[in-house]
Design a binder for this molecule. Structure first.
Ligand code: ZN
Ligand code: FE
Length: 242
C-alpha cells in the first residue's frame, strides 16, 4: 500500500489549500475549498481528479469553492454536523470521535470548537498528519469568534495530545506576524528565537512556513504552552489587542 501524498498550495491572500492523494485508488481530497480555481490548478499540476472535499468549518474562505468543485467533479463533501445548516452541499456530516476511511487510511474526526462552534479537524494517524483548519496555526491559534476561551483551550489541548511528530497543516500563513507576537510573550524561549529567524528567512524567499508539527508547536507556541485556560485566555486577549 503506497503512502498518501500531501500537496500544499497558497491561495487567496493568506490561505493554504492542501490536496491528499492516494496513489493506489486515485482518490484525492481537498482540505477545505478556499478557491475553486486554485484547487483545480493544483489538481492539474499533479494529474489528480478530485473525489472528496473535507470541510473544517463554515467560514467563506474555507467553503466558497465547494459548489464549483462539486459541479465539476461530483466529489463527496464531508463536513461538520454542527455546521450542516451553514455549509451547502454536504453529503456526509461528522461529529467528534467519528471515523471514516480515505485512501485506505482511517481518518479520526476531532471536534475543536472555539473559532467556530462546529469546527472539526481531520487526523490521519497512519500518515501522522492532522488538518487543524483555523484552530491551531503555526505559532498561533484562531480567533475565538463563536466559542469562548475555555472551549478553545480544551480544543487545543486535544491537539496537544497527538504524537509530537504529527505533521500539522492549517488554514493560513500567519506565522511571521504570530512569531513577532510570541516573542513578546516568551522573549527568552531559545527554540522560539531560532524558529523566528528561520521563519523570517523562509518568508523573505516567499516560501511557506507550513506544515509544522505538534512537537515544534509544543516547544514554541505560547497558546499551546499556556498550561491552563486562564493563562490561555490572557494570551488570546493580548494577541487580539496587539
Ligand atoms: Zn475561519
Ligand atoms: Fe480561515
Amino acid at each position: 500500500m503506497a503512502a498518501l501524498k500531501f500537496y500544499q498550495f497558497p491561495c487567496l491572500s493568506d490561505n493554504y489549500g492542501v490536496l491528499v492523494h492516494d496513489p493506489d485508488s486515485g482518490d484525492t481530497a481537498s482540505i477545505d475549498a478556499p478557491d475553486a480555481n486554485a484547487v483545480e490548478t493544483a489538481l492539474q499540476e499533479n494529474g489528480w481528479a478530485l473525489t472528496h472535499i473535507l470541510v473544517t468549518h463554515h467560514h467563506w474562505d474555507h467553503t466558497q469553492g465547494i459548489a464549483e468543485l462539486k459541479s465539476k467533479y461530483n466529489c463527496r463533501v464531508i463536513g461538520p454536523e454542527v455546521e450542516a445548516s451553514k455549509i451547502d452541499m454536504l453529503d456526509e456530516t461528522k461529529n467528534d470521535g467519528d471515523q471514516f476511511t480515505f485512501g485506505g487510511e482511517t481518518v479520526n474526526v476531532i471536534s475543536t470548537p472555539g473559532h467556530t462552534i462546529g469546527m472539526i479537524n481531520f487526523h490521519f494517524p497512519e500518515s501522522g498528519t492532522v488538518f487543524t483548519g483555523d484552530t491551531l496555526f503555526a505559532l498561533g491559534c484562531g480567533r475565538i469568534f463563536e466559542g469562548d476561551a475555555n472551549m478553545m483551550w480544551e480544543s487545543l489541548s486535544k491537539l496537544a495530545k497527538l504524537p509530537p511528530e504529527t505533521v500539522v497543516y492549517c488554514g493560513h500563513e500567519y506565522t511571521q506576524a504570530n512569531a513577532t507576537f510570541c516573542l513578546t510573550m516568551e522573549p527568552d524561549n531559545q527554540a522560539l528565537i531560532k524558529r523566528s529567524e528561520e521563519i523570517t528567512a523562509l518568508r523573505a524567499q516567499g516560501k511557506p512556513t507550513l506544515p509544522t508539527s505538534i512537537g515544534l508547536e509544543l516547544e514554541t507556541n505560547p497558546f499551546l504552552r499556556a498550561g491552563n485556560a486562564e493563562n490561555f485566555a490572557k494570551i488570546r486577549t493580548a494577541k487580539d489587542n496587539a
